[in-house]
Design a protein around this ligand. Structure first.
Ligand SMILES: Cc1cc2nc3c(=O)[nH]c(=O)nc-3n(C[C@H](O)[C@H](O)[C@H](O)COP(=O)(O)OP(=O)(O)OC[C@H]3O[C@@H](n4cnc5c(N)ncnc54)[C@H](O)[C@@H]3O)c2cc1C
Length: 400
């Protein structure tokens, strides 16, 4: 199917929408990538993931022996599914489990694929991503966690990870650690599969400003891994990690759809009388600003379509991802800040307060919005990449 075959795309979209309306569970709508609130929600989410796989809305591009190939697949279909999932207010699909599955498919041994992929499909196991450390976030290659090779084979892991989304619920972690401490920065890094229940591994959930615990600190002291825990080649972890981050592409459509939902809510908000009895929509400044957001959302969507069209032609540009991420995350932030302003003093109310507009959804979006400008590469880093790779400006000095 090509991008231009609109009728087929429309009927696929209608099919997905119908499926979601009939089958999607009730999961509280929250901003961004969030962990389950409790064990019951974790169970519902796992079952939901399994259902999406079964229907071929996830994993259609997997090899047939792992349940893929049930429908013709191309990235445009992924875009439609992720848009519809966002429209329905369901958790995004390109989470850490998705990323790990992508890494296993691309770099896993046949034994690793046999062992882990069916469990992911069936929602029996979820994963977290153990990359960032207290002093290695934007500069990931500065990581210090060590996986020291043991004499009889296998590794001993010591170190600390942080901001590990979903770690408190995950069965396995996709870990990056240094196997060669003498090698230069990213050259000494390997990727591993680590059971989150391993002896010596401790998970400490972090409560965030949103009031929820979406990520954790993970401490590892003398965690022993077998030789079969290595994912990809030894000291090839940087490539495994970087190529796996490409899995996030599958979620491309979600951002634009989220922004559209925010815009609709904002229009509704502007039409309501505020605490002072005035209606924001009567103000010219408010109408200007909201119309401006509508235009910027169109720009965001066009960028997504352009990027996808280039991907289909195999002509992606290194600036596609950073520009797309910058535009989405900065626009999202500006919109939620404005949504809060529109509410005047009511913006101080939170979820559950009967006076809070739209059930406090704006407050949750506001408290979460900064994370989009940090996670997966901060805005400053995105601008650096655009400056260096797209505009040919001098490279910044790194690594002290
Ligand atoms: C919601 C969320 C979920 C996450 N989930 C995970 C996860 O599951 N697994 C995982 O491993 N990590 C995860 N992360 C971590 C994420 O990858 C890091 O937060 C990110 O890489 C930034 O690193 P840092 O937080 O250490 O900030 P820092 O790198 O310390 O950056 C702090 C500030 O300095 C700026 N800065 C840093 N370097 C430069 C530079 N060279 N030039 C200009 N400005 C610079 C940054 O842009 C930023 O504004 C998550 C983060 C968030 C917010």
């Amino acid at each position: 199917m090509r991008l231009g075959e609109v009728a087929e795309l429309d009927s696929f979209r209608a099919e997905v929408r119908e499926f979601l309306a009939a089958e999607a569970p009730s999961i509280p709508e929250r901003a961004g990538f969030r962990s389950p609130e409790d064990a019951a929600e974790d169970k519902v989410r796992r079952e939901w993931r399994a259902k999406l796989f079964e229907a071929g809305y996830l994993g259609a591009d997997w090899p047939e022996r792992f349940g893929g190939g049930t429908r013709e697949w191309n990235p445009v279909l992924d875009l439609i599914v992720s848009e519809e999932v966002a429209r329905a207010g369901l958790p995004p699909l390109t989470d850490q489990t998705h990323l790990a599955a992508f890494a296993l498919l691309r770099f896993g041994t046949p034994e690793q694929q046999e062992r882990f992929l069916p469990a992911i499909r069936e929602g029996r196991e979820t994963w977290c991503q153990l990359f960032s450390e207290p002093d290695a976030g934007s500069d990931l290659a500065a990581m210090r966690t060590v996986a020291a090779p043991l004499k009889g084979g296998g590794y001993r892991v010591d170190g600390q990870k942080v901001w590990s989304s979903n770690a408190a619920w995950a069965e396995f972690g996709f870990l990056l650690a240094r196997t060669d401490t003498a090698a230069e920065r990213h050259r000494g890094i390997s990727a591993f599969i680590v059971p989150m229940s391993a002896a010596g591994l401790e998970i400490r959930p972090l409560r965030e400003i949103t009031g929820t615990e979406d990520f954790s600190e993970v401490f590892m002291e003398g965690v022993e891994l077998g030789p079969d825990a290595l994912l990809g080649g030894r000291e090839d972890g940087w490539r495994v990690a970087m190529e796996s981050l490409g899995a996030e592409r599958a979620g491309l459509g979600a951002g634009g759809r989220r922004l559209r939902k925010l815009l609709d809510s904002m229009v509704e908000l502007a039409r309501e009388e505020g605490a002072d009895g005035a209606r924001p929509a009567d103000s010219e400044e408010v109408r200007d600003r909201i119309a401006g957001f509508a235009a910027e959302i169109e720009i965001n969507n066009l960028l997504v379509q352009q990027r996808l069209a280039r991907e289909l032609r195999g002509a992606e540009r290194p600036s596609d991802l950073p520009i797309g991420k910058l535009v989405f995350s900065e626009l999202n932030l500006a919109m939620v800040e404005y949504g809060m302003r529109l509410q005047g003093s009511r913006s101080l109310l939170t979820e559950g307060d009967p006076e809070a507009r739209q059930s406090g959804r704006w407050q949750d979006e506001y408290l979460y919005a900064r994370t989009f400008t940090v996670a997966g590469g901060a805005s400053e880093i995105m601008r650096n990449i655009v400056a260096e790779r797209a505009l040919g400006m001098p490279r910044e000095k790194r690594g002290g």
